[in-house]
Design a protein around this ligand. Structure first.
Ligand SMILES: [Zn+2]
Length: 309
């Protein structure tokens, strides 16, 4: 908005951030502010006639591109249509804004099709590309955009927002979405959050005390798929290392027991990372988890034996 006020807006922005962090909402807000009669020095007023058009999704100076019918790609035909629309003069204000959601899924031809517009955008054209991971975008695209990283919000901020969205069990929902609040909201209705928080309690018990790993594998496989389960196990183990203050390697209070615990946990982390990397979708979740958890149990026994020696 400061750039808009100073008339120093870049003609193309690449907004990068994890899935579910709110890139599309952010881009829409930005576009609405640019098109509002009263902005661009602040958020859209929500009262003027152009804001009303935006609220109805019918503002003629804004174009949105997204997957059609869950196509999983942005096609060259979509880009061609967009680039021809961008040559039209604007109806109201100085700007014509285009938002390309999931730009990282543009086909090669689509990305090439967008290049010319990026090189020679028409007057007042502002392109906003959104990408979960911009490593998938060609350098030719990336180098012509101003990159804006949208980070994950603070946990407390995300939890407060989720509570406001009436998500029950916001803590577990946020963990399940790896900290991305919109994803947490959307997935909260798909999974049994109560059951996941029960799995967490048992997993923490497994890490800190001895626990029957077969039973834990069975209970986990009842509510989670392999990837989700392993990702959560990783997250919980990392969290345990942090909260138990086991991460400082040369802390003065570091006892033999602490060091041994640290060694065990870092081995457990490695084992979980390997399992996630080697994830074979044809294997049953319970079978995979049983194997991983049994290995972690053995690691604990071995690490303790090393410490005693
Ligand atoms: Zn307005």
């Amino acid at each position: 908005m400061r750039a808009a006020t100073a008339e120093r807006l870049h003609h193309a922005y690449l907004i990068v951030g994890r899935s579910g962090v709110g890139k599309l909402d952010f881009a829409s807000l930005l576009a609405h502010a640019l098109l509002c009669e009263k902005a661009p020095d602040k958020a859209p007023c929500g009262e003027c006639s152009r804001c009303a058009l935006n609220a109805a999704g019918t503002h003629p100076d804004i174009n949105r591109l997204d997957w059609i019918d869950n196509a999983r790609v942005i096609s060259v035909d979509q880009i061609r249509k967009l680039t021809s629309q961008l040559t039209l003069t604007t109806t109201y204000g100085p700007y014509r804004v285009a938002i390309v959601n999931k730009a990282h899924t543009m086909t090669r031809a689509a990305a090439n099709g967008l290049l010319k517009t990026l090189e020679e955008p028409g007057a007042g054209v502002i392109l906003i590309l959104l990408a979960d991971n911009d490593a998938h975008l060609p350098v030719t695209i990336r180098s012509r955009c101003q990159r804006v990283v949208l980070p994950l919000p603070e946990k407390s901020q995300a939890l407060e927002w989720l509570a406001g969205q009436k998500v029950s069990n916001p803590e577990t929902a946020l963990e399940f979405a790896h900290g991305a609040p919109l994803l947490a909201r959307d997935r909260a209705s798909e999974v049994d959050l109560g059951a996941i928080s029960d799995v967490k309690l048992r997993f923490m018990g497994f890490l800190t005390r001895d626990f029957e790993s077969t039973e834990l594998a069975r209970i986990t496989a009842d509510v989670l798929g392999t990837r989700d389960a392993l990702t959560l196990f990783l997250q919980w183990t990392t969290e345990h290392i942090k909260t138990a203050e086991l991460s400082a390697p040369n802390s003065r209070t570091s006892s033999n027991g602490h060091r041994s615990e640290r060694r065990f946990l870092s081995r457990a982390l490695e084992r979980l990372q390997d399992a996630l990397r080697l994830d074979n979708p044809s294997l049953k979740t319970q079978t995979v988890l049983e194997g991983v958890l049994a290995d972690i149990r053995i690691m604990r026994v071995r690490t303790r034996a090393e410490t005693v020696q």
